[in-house]
Design a protein around this ligand. Sequence first.
Ligand SMILES: NC(=O)c1ccc[n+]([C@@H]2O[C@H](COP(=O)([O-])OP(=O)(O)OC[C@H]3O[C@@H](n4cnc5c(N)ncnc54)[C@H](O)[C@@H]3O)[C@@H](O)[C@H]2O)c1
Ligand SMILES: O=P(O)(O)OC[C@H](O)CO
Length: 341
Amino acid sequence: MPIQSAAVVGGGSFGTVIANILADNGIQTRQWMRDDSIADAINQQHINPRYLPDTPLNPALQATTDLQAAVTNADVVFVSVPSASVREVAEKFLPWLQAEQCLVSTTKGIEPENFMLMSQVLSDVCPDNPVGVLSGPNLAKEIARRELAASVIASENSDLRREVQEALSCDYFRVYASNDPHGVELGGALKNIYAIASGFVAALGLGENTRSMIITRSLAEMSRFAVQMGANPLTFLGLAGVGDLFVTCSSSLSRNYRVGFAIGEGKTLDEAIESLGEVAEGVKTLRYVREKAIESDIYMPLVMGTYEVLFNGANPKQVAQGLMRGEMASDVEFALSRNEI
Ligand SMILES: NC(=O)c1ccc[n+]([C@@H]2O[C@H](COP(=O)([O-])OP(=O)(O)OC[C@H]3O[C@@H](n4cnc5c(N)ncnc54)[C@H](O)[C@@H]3O)[C@@H](O)[C@H]2O)c1
Ligand SMILES: O=P(O)(O)OC[C@H](O)CO
């Protein structure tokens, strides 16, 4: 059955662009947020003044601060709050959920207890509901300007995949399907770490060869980690892998890249976060992934070096230089394994 009604949980920039696409596609859409004044502005002026002040929104989009009203009877609920709040919000809406309602996470982060991805948190809280993940190279501000973009809906449930593809596809947004939610979700979470590292590199004025090396070796490192976590390495060739890594490591619209850039310019981590004024998920993800890599003995020199810069005040240029003298390595480990070189 095509999706006829949707809820978007979260009033930030990505939640708003997703809600607006759904409303543009004629789907009855309710967006839940905590802030009354933003909900009023969306309903009356059709604008989200805090997160997307320059984007006129579809007048049919209804904003509400009543979570029950938002999720009740919605065919699909998109969850678009920062990772630290996903469990809390899902526990709040659980009492109003029916088993046939689909849940789709757009959140790119990790819950540290048990190292859970957001779709796993949703399944943990709402075990009776089909769950999917939407992830890809999706800078919200570009999508808000209707610049052409694509994303991936990943789920083991083929009905959910097809219905979400139909609900979100439009002239400027194209949605591809994947049956590897774990890989797609890890791609979205892990790339934030490397966007921070790319921000340092840009601020230090290092060259294009350096940038290409960092992005490509980041892909090698994140796919090595993801495969150890049970993901399909081929997923990293797609939009949710190399696609999202490339955009987030290249654009000053990325919050994670901006945090890295500010640190490369000499700001402390606290100063960089304060000047950003929004959540850069990669800062926390870096801590959790480093711990997991140590615990599981996974070789992740870029994660270790980025951690030293962010949390131990190491000099980014010296760290980058030190990485050049790492152990002799294979270019593509899925072709030549690390112990065969
Ligand atoms: N912005 C992007 O370009 C983009 C693109 C793709 C995916 N994402 C991912 O989507 C998620 C949301 O991103 P965003 O850009 O919309 O974030 P944002 O920081 O712009 O907004 C998050 C929203 O969640 C709300 N929120 C925070 N804690 C909450 C809580 N406990 N209860 C209820 N609401 C709460 C905030 O008030 C805000 O309205 C992130 O994980 C991000 O990685 C973002
Ligand atoms: O602004 P960032 O760094 O959270 O990145 C936004 C999106 O994840 C890009 O796909």
